[in-house]
Design a binder for this molecule. Structure first.
Ligand SMILES: [Zn+2]
Length: 180
C-alpha cells in the first residue's frame, strides 16, 4: 500500500492466531489493540498461538468490557489518533477473546470486520455449511461461536446495506472489496 511502517500508529487484532499476526513485527511502533481475554489466552501458552510472532514485544493496548455496547451488543470503544471511531465487538468462541472490529469512517460508512467468527459468509444462512466442521474443530468454545454468529446475523438484519461486512477467509468478500 506504499505506507511507511512507521506511519502505522494503531493495529486492531480480532485475535492472535498465527495467520492474523504474522506481520506485526513489521510495525514495532504501532499500538496493538487486543481484548483482555485474548491477551490472557495468548499468555496462557495455548498451543494454537505462536510465541515467536510476539518476541518483538508489541505495544499492546488492552481492552476490557466496561458495559459499552454497539447496536445492542457488548463492545469496547477504541481511541485512535485520527479521530476514527473503532470498536471491538465481542464475538467470542473461535478463540476465547475473539472480537470483531467496527470501523465508523469519516464518510459515515461502517466496516464490520468479523475476523474468523465465520470462515465463509455462507455459514450465516446454512447451519450445515461444509466449512462448519472445521469451524467447530477450531473453536475454543463452540456455544460461544454459535452465539457470535447470531450477533452477526442481528447486525446484518439491522443495518443491511449500510454496513460493509467482511471476514478474513472468504475470498469472495475480499474480491468484492478489492473491486472498489
Ligand atoms: Zn483464527
Amino acid at each position: 500500500m506504499n505506507i511507511d511502517g512507521d506511519q502505522v500508529t494503531d493495529i486492531v487484532l480480532t485475535h492472535a492466531d498465527p495467520d492474523h499476526v504474522g506481520g506485526l513485527a513489521d510495525f514495532p511502533n504501532a499500538n496493538v489493540h487486543i481484548a483482555v481475554e485474548e491477551l490472557h489466552a495468548l499468555e496462557s501458552g495455548a498451543i494454537r498461538y505462536c510465541p515467536t510472532q510476539f518476541e518483538h514485544e508489541p505495544k499492546f493496548v488492552v481492552h476490557s468490557g466496561r458495559g459499552e455496547s454497539w447496536q445492542g451488543h457488548p463492545a469496547r470503544s477504541i481511541e485512535v489518533c485520527n479521530g476514527l471511531r473503532l470498536y471491538l465487538i465481542e464475538l467470542f468462541g473461535h478463540t476465547l477473546g475473539h472480537c470483531g472490529v467496527i470501523i465508523e469512517r469519516h464518510d459515515a460508512t461502517t466496516i464490520f470486520h468479523v475476523g474468523d467468527a465465520y470462515y465463509l459468509r455462507g455459514e450465516l444462512d446454512d447451519p450445515h455449511h461444509p466449512v462448519t466442521e472445521l469451524a467447530e474443530a477450531r473453536a475454543e468454545n463452540n456455544d460461544q461461536r454459535l452465539a457470535s454468529l447470531d450477533v452477526i446475523r442481528d447486525i446484518r438484519s439491522k443495518l443491511g446495506d449500510q454496513i460493509t461486512m467482511t471476514g478474513y477467509h472468504d475470498l469472495s468478500e475480499f474480491e468484492a472489496l478489492a473491486m472498489r
